[in-house]
Ligand binder design. Structure first.
Ligand SMILES: Cc1cn([C@H]2C[C@H](O)[C@@H](COP(=O)(O)OP(=O)(O)OP(=O)(O)O)O2)c(=O)[nH]c1=O
Length: 210
């Protein structure tokens, strides 16, 4: 049975805006079953970052940038009644950031580096409420250990096309699940939106998921 149990105690927020083109993030927000409408509004936020930023800083600041950039696309009337969500995910191996691969060879390179090792996945989540100017940003980190894969398996996986739009060149929610030995931390953080953290953050704006 599908029971709607979210309650909205804030009177001014009438819609959520998800500042993301990621189908995974869209599905994850939809899975919360909120009674508020969710508008998808991605923008072309600048994703370049200074060399000296920590992984946590990168994902938090990029989440904020994405949310702010989408807020600028709204009319001032719509912005006033919206809560905007931005998020960013990176994979970190030996302190080096792995974003999305530029091509198949890059994906092979990343997976060859990741196999048989433990790495970190960081996702930053930013909520902004243009009506009040309030901004809230946090991140989560999940440790992921990959099996030894071997060259053939890596090549076959890359040929599946799954890695090409994903940080670190894998999707734990897809065929990539078969390459993961263990994780420590939030699974949804790896997929691109930590639902436990997001629900706590929504709570701060008076939006109760459960
Ligand atoms: C590690 C990992 C990443 N990913 C995805 C989540 C993100 O979509 C992507 C990281 O790139 P991001 O730049 O965080 O997001 P995006 O460009 O896909 O979408 P947008 O900026 O519009 O919100 O990698 C998975 O889907 N599964 C995984 O296991």
């Amino acid at each position: 049975m599908n029971v709607r149990s979210s309650s909205i105690s804030s009177s001014t927020i009438r819609q959520l805006v998800l500042a993301s083109s990621s189908p995974r993030r869209q599905e994850l927000v939809a899975s919360l079953g909120l009674s508020l409408p969710v508008l998808i509004l991605s923008s072309d936020a600048d994703e370049s970052t200074p060399q000296n930023w920590s992984p946590a800083m990168i994902v938090e600041q990029l989440g904020l940038r994405k949310a702010r950039a989408s807020s600028e696309l709204l009319s001032s009337e719509a912005a006033k009644s919206s809560l905007i969500i931005g998020a960013d995910t990176i994979v970190v191996l030996d302190g080096k950031v792995l974003g999305k691969p530029v091509d198949k060879n890059d994906a092979v390179r990343m997976l060859t580096a990741l196999e048989g090792r433990q790495h970190e996945v960081y996702t930053g989540v930013a909520l902004i409420e243009p009506g009040t100017g309030r901004e809230l940003v946090h991140h989560r980190m999940t440790l992921v250990t990959m099996k030894q894969l071997g060259e053939e398996r890596i090549r076959r996986y890359v040929e599946s096309g799954e890695p090409l739009d994903k940080a670190g060149s894998y999707g734990i929610q897809g065929l990539g699940a078969t390459m993961v030995e263990r994780i420590d931390g939030c699974y949804f953080n790896v997929v691109g939106l930590p639902l436990s953290l997001l629900s706590d953050m929504l709570d701060e704006f008076g939006i109760n998921v459960i």
